[in-house]
Design a binder for this molecule. Sequence first.
Ligand code: ZN
Length: 274
Amino acid sequence: MANLHQLKKQIIDIGKLTYNRGFVAANDGNISARLDDNRIVITPTGVSKGALSPETLVICDMSGKALSSEGKPSSEILMHLKVYQLRKDIFGIVHAHPPYATAFGIAGIPLSQAVLPEVIMTLGAIPLVKYGTPGTQALSEPLTDFLPNHDAFILQNHGALAIGKDLQTAYFRMETLEHFAHIAFVSYLLGKIHTLPDEEVKKLLQMRAKSGFTGEFQPVTCEDQKEACAILEPGATLVGHPSENTSTSKSSDSVTYSAIQSIVADIIDSYLKK
Ligand SMILES: [Zn+2]
């Protein structure tokens, strides 16, 4: 069973990182960890993620009822409970409003291109989840279809969500998602986006499966949700943007791909050493 004291410390540390990195403003965002089969620890409503203390964190049962603390659990607890109910392998969740990922959510653009090997390896595909009113079931319901196959999500007109086998993994996924959104934004401004060819994407997905990353990632997934699902489709254009700004790299040179393979080998090494 997880140690409550350690989980609270992790939530406080990750709250500070989330706030200091500018992934949230004021009291935005929420963080939780699974304590055992029947309980979670979650950040309270109305407290900055940069100013959490052990006594402010709230222990809740799986119906969302507070079992401890004077604080009220985050208003987004329904979204957290939905994840824990549908993904038994998940023990940590970070929800924030990082500016670039949130901007993609406002523009209605999923991060749908196979461009960065480390993102394919660690996050797989990043779907755009339909808008729902914050604090209600309408926010968590649209997640249902995506949860079995994804570990990071853009929430339309709202923010981002990252989940993991522990809190640290969930937070790193949030960082990777925001970093990727920033890079994708700048790449779009540069006007040319070279996507990885099919065979390279396939290799990365095989490596992802072997490396034990969570999520049953499939390149084309979430039936009936293909438009919103970030499909890793080489040569795909950014949704809503003119295709002439995009070029594919089916004829990419071998130097580029040996560099990519070396990056991927480093990533695998660092994860295996953990
Ligand atoms: Zn939010």
